[in-house]
Design a protein around this ligand. Structure first.
Ligand SMILES: Cc1ncc(COP(=O)(O)O)c(C=O)c1O
Length: 370
């Protein structure tokens, strides 16, 4: 598959494997690879395949649609949906062998109307995030009893930390203790017990658990110092290079005025690609040279200031080792998660192994078969 606009994301599958191995050495638990939101913008099926080949035991996504997207792309491994599944759609999960999360007591009661034979479930305990899960022991025991009667296989017990990026771990510790106490009171074994996301898997010990749910760190990022490699490098090429004179303005609204003669270039990425208007004033890189985004980011293009004349066709790194996501997040007043997941499917992905392209996916050029 090809692409015809020179803006693309290189996805280094060896870096993904490196991160999985590096994390595994540290947490020594089974990996539940969190690949929701199109694998944090990296492409769900290619990341799923590599994660499973690198040892992930379960893939987790946010919705039945995301799970089915993987099944339709022939991903056969175990898949867990972390978010809400409509009770009336539970037969789809059963038919496609997709595990579900018990997101509330009312939900657990509602699905009892369906034939649940063969359904695999993970029970979520709400220990303080107040987003999803059961809160009381009575609810948990009743649901487990109902599920046993209905032929549901309740193979997992989990919770989710609200402040795992806090190095002081006060809330994380409190949530873990609640979870541990609940587990002991339930007095039953589960195939999978899991609490930690990336930051917790790196920074916080959960001896009760035999699995971790890792998302962001798979792709090379964590709030804590850790040996990880960025998986995605977002690149583009200069498509228009020119000199402007002092006093000339750049882009919509004329928010940038050249203070003196400058060389500037246009690159083909804009807010329709998920390249937020707040990038104005931030930098991208040509080799080691930082180039500032000047003037407003347009829908499909934006302008950068060059330190010297480069020919049209010169490669620019927008996000990667040089154009690091952390200073970028600060500039955009956001978090790496948002930057990665906002990148639109207008950006083709080139998957690399041993530095060689093995597949290119350009979602906008997939031909309809019927
Ligand atoms: C329930 C749950 N577990 C794990 C994760 C993975 O988190 P992270 O990307 O920080 O590893 C998420 C992501 O939001 C989540 O919602």
């Amino acid at each position: 598959m090809r692409y015809y606009r020179d803006t693309w994301a290189d996805i280094d599958l060896d870096a993904l494997q490196y991160n999985i191995k590096s994390l595994e050495k540290h947490h020594q638990k089974a990996l539940i690879a969190i690949i929701k939101a199109n694998a944090y913008g990296h492409g769900d099926d290619m990341i799923a395949k590599k994660a499973l080949a690198s040892g992930a035991k379960i893939l987790a996504v946010s919705s039945l649609d995301e799970a089915l997207s993987l099944r339709y792309k022939h991903i056969k491994g175990p898949i867990l949906v972390l978010g809400h599944v409509s009770p009336s759609d539970i037969h789809v999960a059963i038919a496609e062998k997709i595990s579900v999360t018990v997101t509330s007591y009312a939900w657990a009661k509602a699905i009892l109307k369906e034939d649940l034979t063969g359904l695999v479930a993970h029970l979520k305990i709400d220990t303080g995030m107040n987003r999803m899960g059961l809160k009381t022991l009575e609810e948990v025991l009743e649901v487990l009893h109902d599920f046993d009667q209905a032929g549901v296989i309740t193979e997992g017990l989990y919770t989710h930390f609200a402040s795992s990026d806090d190095p002081k771990e006060i809330q994380t510790q409190a949530q873990y203790e609640l979870f541990e106490a609940m587990f002991h009171k339930i007095n039953r074994s589960f195939k999978w017990i899991h609490c930690s996301n990336s930051d917790a898997a790196i920074h916080f010990d959960t001896p009760l658990c035999n699995a971790v749910r890792i998302g962001l760190a798979l792709f090379g990022y964590s709030s804590f110092e850790f040996d990880l490699k960025p998986v995605m490098t977002l690149k583009t090429k200069l498509v228009n290079v020119k000199t402007i004179q002092a006093g000339e303005t750049v882009s919509y609204g004329a928010t940038y005025t050249a203070p003196h003669t400058e060389i500037i270039a246009t690159i083909p990425i804009g807010y329709a690609d998920g390249w937020n208007r707040k990038h104005q004033g931030d930098v991208c890189y040509i080799g080691d040279s930082a180039c500032e985004f000047i003037g407003r980011i347009c829908m499909d293009q934006c302008m950068i200031r060059l330190d010297q004349l480069y020919p049209e066709g010169t490669e620019v790194e927008l996000l990667g080792k040089k154009a690091s996501i952390y200073p970028m997040s600060k500039h955009l007043e956001t978090i790496p998660y948002e930057i990665l997941t906002q990148l639109s499917d207008r950006i083709p992905k080139v998957y690399l192994e041993k530095c060689k392209p093995i597949n290119t996916i350009n979602p906008r050029l997939i031909k309809k078969e019927d």
